[in-house]
Design a protein around this ligand. Structure first.
Ligand code: GN1
Ligand code: MG
Length: 370
């Protein structure tokens, strides 16, 4: 695969010096295009996973709509649109992607330099910044009234996930089900609780809005002073509930261990991080969230963590077709670690609700007093 040649199919400024692999995403393959000129930015090149993103052109349209909307907002607040928004670079033919001879889809955006991405939130201050970043993102796109293409139907819809789950279990393609009675009961015991929540989305009590849908901590960039800069990885921007963004961020920020930690004792939900994130998030969003959304904010952390347990376990039972794995037990390990996190959230759920209530009522009081 000639990465330089692929990169040369995009409208990038400057001369390409080299293209190097970056990170180890679960879904796409990511590279940096280094340009020779110091005055020209570098670029991020991605091969999009076409098995998961079955309509890359529609996905890129979604990303472009959201990026341009955010760009306008950043300019309006006198920010720097090249650093505080994503900039999609079209291919030489003007399309937002390039399809190579093998049918693979590639896309490029500006690489924002002098930034930090974290794998975990060690302090409430960092969590506060992350919450502020996700809140600002949701606020900026809250007035986007163009619907986005539904490129991942049912992505955070637990009814849809149960349909997938039931089908995979019925098939049991690699014969793993028999040894997973206990793990399967973790899912089944909570099925009704999770569906009851999702019914509020289905009946409109919890509205759908433009949301990010993959708000784990490494999908947000911080500047070198620790201030939040920009939300990245817009592949999953969709119309869904804001609660999913809050919940997914809490799943990632508050975890005292790794997402796939082998040491389950290391995994738990840190309430001080939960509080920091909530204190950053709610000032940005309380102006448009309704009472039901506020009521279920803490629940959304359990919901998304549960969904993640289901998705990892389902992929394991399915024979590891979705997530990239490092070893044959990787999805199982991820399941155990995320389940540990879920039970830690369940144990602390009352406190989580109380934190949300306190932060929200403090903000409402100060708004009423001002
Ligand atoms: C995937 O692409 P990445 O690594 O940011 C996944 C998320 C999961 C996450 C688990 C499109 O996110 O939904 O929560 O892994 N993205 C997709 O870490 O499935
Ligand atoms: Mg990512």
């Amino acid at each position: 695969m000639d990465l330089n040649r692929i990169a040369s199919n995009f409208r990038i400024d400057g001369m390409i010096d080299r293209v190097e692999a970056l990170g180890e995403g679960f879904i796409n393959d990511t590279f940096i295009i280094y340009t020779r000129e110091a005055s020209v930015s570098n670029y991020l090149l991605q091969r999009k996973n076409k098995r998961i993103f079955t309509n890359v052109p529609a996905m890129m349209e979604n990303i472009q709509k959201v990026s341009l909307h955010i760009r306008k907002k950043v300019i309006a607040r006198n920010g720097d649109p090249m650093r505080e928004a994503m900039t999609v670079i079209p291919a030489t033919d003007g399309k937002l992607y390039y399809q190579d001879e093998e049918g693979e889809f590639w896309a490029v955006c500006v690489f924002i330099s002098d930034t930090v991405a974290y794998q975990s939130a060690k302090t409430p201050e960092l969590a506060f910044q992350g919450g502020k970043g996700i809140g600002m993102f949701q606020k900026m796109v809250s007035d986007m009234n163009v619907p986005l293409a539904d490129i991942l139907p049912g992505f955070h819809n637990i009814r849809y996930r149960f349909n997938q789950w039931d089908a995979v279990l019925a098939k049991d393609p690699v014969g793993r089900k028999a040894n997973l009675t206990q793990e399967i009961s973790w899912i089944e015991n909570r099925r009704a609780e999770m569906l009851n929540f999702w019914m509020l989305v289905e009946n409109g009590e919890i509205p759908t809005r433009v949301t990010h849908n993959d708000t784990k901590i490494n999908n947000i960039l911080f500047d070198l002073n620790g201030e939040v800069l920009c939300v990245i990885d817009l592949d999953t921007v969709l119309n869904s509930t804001c609660l999913n963004d809050f919940g997914d961020a809490i799943r990632s920020y508050t975890n005292t261990g790794e997402e796939d930690d082998e040491n389950l004792d290391a995994v738990s939900c840190d309430l001080s991080i939960f509080e920091g994130f909530t204190k950053g998030y709610l000032p940005e969003t309380i102006g448009f969230l309704n009472e039901k959304e506020l009521e279920y904010l803490a629940f959304s952390a359990k919901y998304i963590t549960y969904e993640q347990v289901l998705r990892f376990l389902m992929d394991y039972i399915d024979g590891d077709n979705y997530y990239k794995i490092k070893n044959p037990q990787h999805n199982y390990q991820r399941t155990l670690a995320q389940y540990k996190l879920l039970t830690s959230m369940e144990e602390q759920y009352q406190q989580m609700c109380r934190i949300v209530e306190e932060v929200a009522s403090g903000l409402k009081k100060s708004a009423a007093g001002s």
